[in-house]
Write a protein that binds this ligand. Structure first.
Ligand code: CA
Length: 233
């Protein structure tokens, strides 16, 4: 991932141009926004590999935007700040920033931070193949096999299964499913999740009432676990 798609949210046109030109010259695909809400929309739409976020924006504080962003995305974020004092940087890191730049920063500093964050993000990428009981999910090939049989899943059903399998043994909330699979930041999509869970269960040969892999934890979410008797059927 040496070449990445990057969103820069920066209201200063001079810095915005310098940063985007430097990163584009490095082969990256760069999109820019000059305000917080525009930036949030861009990140949701583009699903970039990295965001560079100015903390001093005209419409919303950058730290506030970072919290909103973290509700919908785990994209690596480098915050840029001209503000004096550690507390701004510490606050941004606490709010979910991966790294920071203090303005004025040089192109070389920017490039070094971007390289470091992309390298860490790459190392943190999920296992390409997940195996739980008789279930095998190949995220590269986007194929799921159950007890040796290839499952015919829609793209969203596959993403949902991969999300649950990637966090096997853990209860995943519907809110998390909505934000991770549908990239929807706020509620109102419960029904979408339910419909997909139901069809996923059917394709796995189970139901909410007699679960094997997908266990509903009422009021919390769904947990994927290996069944006690993997080839019961
Ligand atoms: Ca600014």
């Amino acid at each position: 991932l040496l070449v990445a798609s990057i969103v820069i949210v920066e209201d200063d046109p001079h810095i915005r141009r310098l940063a985007s030109e430097a990163l584009a010259a490095g082969g990256h695909h760069v999109d820019t926004a000059s305000a917080a809400l525009e930036g949030l929309k861009l990140v949701v739409a583009e699903k970039p590999d990295l965001v560079i976020l100015d903390l001093g924006l005209p419409d919303l504080d950058g730290a506030e935007l970072l919290r909103m962003l973290r509700a919908v995305s785990q994209v690596p974020v480098i915050v840029a700040t001209a503000r004096e004092g550690d507390e701004h940087v510490v606050g941004a890191l606490d709010a979910g920033a991966d790294d920071y730049l203090i303005k004025p920063y040089s192109v070389a500093q920017l490039e070094a931070r971007v390289r470091a964050v992309l390298r860490r993000a790459e190392q943190a990428e999920p296992e390409p193949v997940l195996e739980i009981g008789g279930l095998r999910i190949d995220q590269g090939a986007r194929e799921a096999v159950l007890d040796g049989r290839l499952l015919d899943l829609s793209p969203k059903e596959f993403d949902l299964l991969a999300l649950l399998a990637g966090r096997a043994g853990e209860v995943v909330s519907k809110r998390d499913m909505l934000s991770e699979v549908w990239r929807q930041p706020y509620g109102g999509g419960d029904r979408t999740v339910d419909v997909h869970l139901s069809s996923l269960r059917t394709k796995l040969g189970e139901s909410a009432k007699s679960p094997r892999y997908l266990h509903t934890v009422h009021g919390v979410g769904v947990k994927l676990v290996a069944p006690e008797h993997p080839s019961k059927q």
